[in-house]
Design a protein around this ligand. Sequence first.
Ligand code: G3H
Length: 483
Amino acid sequence: MDSVKNDVTTYPAYLAGKWQTSESRETIAITSPWQHDVIGKVQAVTQSEVDQSIKASKKAQHAWASLSLGDRGQYLNQWANELEKDKEAIATSVMTEVGKNYDDAEKEVTRTIDLIRYTVQEALHMHGESVRGDGFPGGSKEKLGIIERVPLGVVLAISPFNYPVNLAASKIAPALMAGNGVIFKPATQGSISGIKMIQALDRTGLPTGLLSLITGHGSVIGDYLTEHPGINMISFTGSTQTGKHLSQKSIMIPLVLELGGKDPAIVCHDANLDLTAKNIVSGAFSYSGQRCTAVKRVLVDDSIADQLVAKLKTAVEKLSVGSPVDDNAIVPLIDNKSADFVQGLIDDALSKGAALITGNRRDKNLLAPTLLDNVTEDMDVAWIEPFGPVLPIIRVHSVAEAIEIANKSNFGLQASVFTQDIDKALEIAGAVEVGTVQVNGRPERGPDNFPFLGVKASGMGTQGVHNSILSMSREKLTVMNLK
Ligand code: G3H
């Protein structure tokens, strides 16, 4: 790593087992979303370096896969220990680079350490099965099928800016435990934190070339990686638009896609409104709404809507707004373009008659948390994912209407249902087209041993530790013909 003027560090890429500057001699500047200064530069890796990295990963993968699970697990446990030592530095990097407040950034690193250790344990406790061939007429007990799980080869792990450490490790750890090599392509904004995380992994003495970390221009290496014949599986978290593009470009390999959402909070007339308001506010506004699982619309029964709106207003107005270094709840968005986009949704809704309850103030990319009431179906904010601190409230007159509007969305990640009637909760849970329904709680991915999936435009395949290991391995059948 070399420092250049203004203390801006130029970070190397980790290619085929070596930290190095790219042959392109080109770097990409990373600007902090709240310091508004360049905080570092990362390498613009070339296509030929991608080739070399994939080749090295393939080569190292065979020996890696032949290690015992226990031995692979030792590397990963050591990685968790190294991350523990670097926790403060990595959390500070997350805060500086993606503007997450320090407390949340530190929680992200802790969650990652726990996830890596859990992944090791989960892999150690997964096992194959056997089957006899006598299930069909004329079949024979003498045919014994031994079903094992084997690695896929080289996994391409693409992580987003909003969890630069956790959503990277939640792909890398299961890929490695399943016996794969890894090409890790972090979102450019977030790649410095990713580099620090991989420096910790490198210190474990991971076999040379098994994992490479590639930074660069999407236009140069994006499709090149996706279409590369050396890649055997892609695990991607990011926008629906990019996810669709990946699924068009990749060729006959498994894909797991975690994409956008428009998670509704359905509030029934008998809901506990204090609990509901608390969950909606934390669900909608944590990290300024920059979470795929954020509450992105409220569908509330008109009979209790005034009461709920009053409680939401009080709670939202208590949210602190400002720099992440002061642990504010609402922090600047990742860039100005994102703030412009959210502002556009607010302006559109207000021009069409939505009622502004609170918010709609802006300082560059820092937006005050904004509550909009009386949102109707003709407004963009009713359907489009803002990835920012704006929450539309749509008043409904029945459970059926809430379900209908919930399901009209292109997205299907999670939904929350607030009611004290368990039968109604189960009825709604059964009717909404999403991956997960939370009863009396906010949408969220964790705990990380739960399956995590989206349907429709929200994704494909299932994550969560167990499912990630499954999706990064395949069945292999060996049939013993005993006589
Ligand atoms: O942004 C997408 C993440 O998977 C959300 O994770 O629910 O733990 O915040 P989270």
